[in-house]
Design a protein around this ligand. Sequence first.
Ligand SMILES: [Zn+2]
Length: 223
Amino acid sequence: MTGFNMEITFDLGTSEVAKAPLALPPLAELLAQAGFRVRTARRADCPSCTGRSRMTVAFIGEVYFCHRCKRTGSRESLARELGLLATDQESVIRRRIEARERARLRSVADRLREAERRVQGRARANLLSLVALRRNSGARLVALRAGACERFPGESEFAWDALRFVADHEARASASYLVAAFASERDRAVFSLHPEQRAALVERVLENGGLRADGSRWVELVL
Ligand SMILES: [Zn+2]
C-alpha cells in the first residue's frame, strides 16, 4: 500500500465506494481493526510509518491518507485487506459473529462513557457548590465584621459553620473531581462503576497530592 500515487488511489477509492456493500463498518472502525490508532474523528496514527507517526493519517468519508508514508486507501480496500469481503459461508458467519461482538463491546463502551460523564458532572457540581459556599460565607463574614447587619439571626454563626463544612469537604471533593476527570482510563472506569471503591481512589490522591493521568502526565491536587 505504501508509495501509491495519491490521485490514482483516490480515484480508485471513489469507484470502489460505489460498489461497497452497506454492511461494512465505518472507516474509523476499519482503521482501528487494521492497526491504526484512531485519535480524533478525522485523524489517526499510522501503523506503516516507522518512528513518529502521531496523527499522520487523515481520513474522511470513505478514504484515508498518511501524509508521511503516503499510504492511502478506502473503506473497501481496507475491508478487503482485513478479509471482510470474502463471501464464502464460513467467512460470512465469522463476520456476523465478530460484528455482534463488536456491537456488544461498543454498547458497553457507550454505557461506560455515559456513566463517566455523569459521575464527572456530579463531582464538578459538588466542587463548584463548595467553592461558592466558601466564597459567599467568606464575603458575608467580612461584611458582618465591617459592621453590616445580620440578614437573619445567627447568620455569622451559620457562615462559620458553612466555612467549617467547606474545609471538611473541599479537599475530598477536589480529589474526586481529579479522579473523575483526569485519572487513568482504568481508574476512571472503577470510579464510575464501583462507588464502593471511590473512597480508596480519593484517599490515594489526597495522600500523593495528585495523580498520574493517562499518558503519565502528573496532575497536581491544588487546594
Ligand atoms: Zn504512514
